[in-house]
Design a protein. Sequence first.
Lengths: 307, 365
Amino acid sequence: MDTLLQQIVNGIVQGSVYAMVALGYTMVYGILGLINFAHGEVVMVGAMVALSTILLLIGSSLPPLLILLISLITSIVVCMALGYSIERIAYRPLRKAPRLAPLITAIGVSIVLQNLAMIFWGREYHAFPPLLPNSSHMLAGAIITEVQILIVLVALGMMGGLLLLMHRTRLGRAMRAVAENPSAAVLMGVNVNGVISITFMLGSALAAVAGIMVSANYGIVHYSMGSVLGLKAFTAAVLGGIGNMRGAMVGGLLLGLIESLGAGYIGDLSGGFLGSHYQDVFAFFVLISVLIFRPSGLLGERVAERA
Amino acid sequence: MRNVLKHLTSKSRRSAWLAFVVLAIALLALPFFTDALLGHGWVRIMDFALLYIMLALGLNIVVGYAGLLDLGYIAFFAVGAYCYALLGSPQLGLHLPFWIVLPLGALLACLFGVLLGAPTLRLRGDYLAIVTLGFGEIIRIFLNNLNAPINITNGPQGISMIDPIRIGEFSFSSTHELFGVTFPSVHLHYYLFLFFTLLVIFISLRLEDSRIGRAWMAIREDEVAAEAMGINTRNIKLLAFAMGATFGGLAGGLFAGFQGFVSPESFSLTESITVLCMVVIGGMGNVSGVLLGGILLIALPEALRHGSGPAQQILFGKTIFDPESLRMLLFGLALVTVMLWRPVGLWPSNQRRRELAVENNATQL
């Protein structure tokens, strides 16, 4: 019984991280109808920049929370600049090109980022300094650390903030207008290019936060951490209905739960034939099943259009 | 007038024959020249180059003809290679002959292609890209972990002592004496791979000009219009995907037989991207362009391996970039720059060039 509860807690924590990254995919997709393959790498860059900032400041006499705050801000700023440049360089010139073109530049950008990170920060796994209080609590029989509680809270907070932004502000209305019909939005006086840039920057800022959260949770940073995380977050976005923000949150949590419960019980279910190292496989099968049975996702209103 | 035309065609036909014969002799003599000038190792590199060109031609059908982005193409290569490795090595104690194992591997890859393509090809192309990307990772997870509790793939250590390619009593892995000329194993593999590469080229060219090929290109240019013209877009796309996978599986089987050893490490995302780069840089949808891309991208890492260290020593005084990461960095940059400035690639087909010219005129109007 305790194992079950523990798996659920782990799943919710992991799912919150997926949800944060999935929000970035879903926002860009909602507005441009484009999968930003490089998004996972932005998460990685966020984590790496935060790590470098922390290592730079850790010798000073600043309190750990302040160091964390500074590194958070640095990494958000860097990621926003990165997101802006990616859109500007790789996607904007190709907005009217055949669909294949932006997909190929997207994968190109993600390769470039990954290899630049490898050159910059090296091939080795870096330890992420434990700045956050990391004492653990018992929650009805399951262990949960303070970092994990923080991850869930931050994810919920960001989700709420984004929903407010989308539905209560002028910018949000402009974003929804661009998503609905860009040419009509232009006629209504919306600065479409500006809105798209802001969308990318917002998504990248979320990615930076997610990157730090992931690294704080696992205590490890690596140049290749972005690709698998990106793939799973994309799955979460599709599961919830890509283009839909609530969907990203639901999809993320659900995928996290599926993964942790699946990894916890696959050994028993398959009679010991498959083990928990197949954890990464679940996301893929979820993705395939969603695409077969419900391509619009759980909360997606729009059926995925052809071509 | 008619006489002139007749004269012209007969003359061009004669020169075409001449070019063909010269090319054939050059291709046949190439391994001996390479061996004499650069050494044995380079013939081996040429063998691998041919395998990669086969892969690139297979991917060209998917990406170039049908316009579907496949980011996990190397997975089909892996399926073919492991099929050969499992059925022709001491791993499972099976030693089936080459001419059974190779088609079986290609068929299995084709099956995987259909299984993967069927759910995604109804949807827009982005999904296919991400699903194939996922599949490429998943297949590696399975290959890495299917060693316990029952040892099937031998995990990360891979399968070794794979049977060499053997037709009847003729083994490609040993040196043979034919007509007074000595053919080392790498030379023999070169001819075998050349044969298969030419076969794939022939099939590609014939397909390009066929009803199916035209349907693929129609889908690539405008799927809705193609459907309106009565093309069953899903089946035709599935056909492209399955055919690309088949060629991948074929190359995989040859790879396993040639190398005598396979491990999951050979089938990483990096390899998929490398093959994609060959197609994109060379010229999507054009066989000659893909050949050019393949040759360039095989030559580049070799040049980097030998040249980048000393060049960096001169420029920076130390080695900053190791050749492997430099190679991938360049590949990524190439994908972006080609798409931005020359989306048709270095050597586009005439048709694509015409299409692009029309598009330019249309935008000027």
